[in-house]
Ligand binder design. Structure first.
Ligand SMILES: [Zn+2]
Ligand SMILES: [Zn+2]
Length: 259
């Protein structure tokens, strides 16, 4: 993966391997720009994210790696931040990072992508859940506080598919993303899940391309051996739609590389 901006560390309590192992794997996979974007601290569901006290250690270690590996690979510092109204913390928003990824993992407090709570899907109106999810992404884009939209259609993770037209459900969210200037992530984690395809799906990516939304690439690795996998699949997908450049951020400023 030429650019790979979404990778985790052990600080979030559900990833494994050292930062060096992730970086070494990225170098091996031919990555030019590699970013850590671990789950930012938040006073909500604290089990699956780093603590506020870990921020300094995390930022220091990534910044040290930037220098240590500067002749081999460009390392970037980011956070993946849950978009949950009322919980987004200024310490994260104001952190001296290269970029922030905004993600929706919760609908009205329900961690819909967590296998622990998969049972709740059976009690839901699936179409309603999907619409609530994309409404939340739309609100996130309108808030205009993040640089990248994480896994745009994560709601499909367990393959509970709606009856309604997904393009229609996601339309205002994509328009809000375009308006905000955010970048859409082409994230391969979906290949490791029941749904067995990238986030977002081809259809949604085509809709994004039509209105001029830029993309970036993401392993969303929680283990070093997940770094750079499925690169060929997403490059082929992106190219077949018409994309030929991939974005990354340095100090919150967007840059691009052709692929
Ligand atoms: Zn995670
Ligand atoms: Zn995520």
């Amino acid at each position: 993966m030429i650019v790979d901006l979404h990778n985790h560390t052990t600080l979030c309590n559900h990833a494994e391997g050292s930062m060096e192992q992730y970086i070494e794997k990225a170098i091996k996979m031919g990555t030019e720009v590699f970013g850590f974007a671990d789950h930012a601290p938040m006073n909500f569901d604290k089990k699956y994210r780093m603590n506020f006290e870990d921020m300094l250690q995390y930022e220091t270690k990534v910044n040290e790696a930037k220098i240590k590996y500067q002749n081999k690979i460009k390392i970037l510092l980011g956070y993946e931040v849950d978009y949950i109204d009322g919980y987004i913390d200024s310490r994260v928003l104001e952190a001296k990072v290269d970029y922030l990824i905004g993600s929706v993992h919760f609908i009205e407090g329900w961690g819909f992508d967590n296998p622990e709570f998969i049972g709740k899907w059976k009690e839901q109106d699936i179409d309603e859940v999907w619409q609530k999810y994309f409404d939340s992404i739309e609100n996130m884009a309108n808030a205009n506080i993040f640089d990248i939209v994480g896994h745009f259609d994560l709601i499909k993770v367990f393959k509970y598919m709606p009856k309604g037209d997904i393009s229609y459900m996601a339309k205002s969210a994509l328009e809000a993303i375009k308006e905000s200037g955010m970048v859409l992530e082409l994230n391969v984690a979906g290949y490791r899940k029941e749904v067995k395809e990238a986030y977002p799906s081809r259809n949604l990516l085509e809709n994004a391309y039509k209105i001029g939304i830029p993309i970036t690439f993401a392993s969303d690795a929680h283990k070093p051996d997940q770094v750079g996998l499925f690169n060929d699949e997403i490059v082929k997908l992106a190219k077949s739609i018409g994309y030929n450049e991939v974005s990354y951020f340095i100090k919150r400023e967007r840059k691009t590389i052709k692929f």
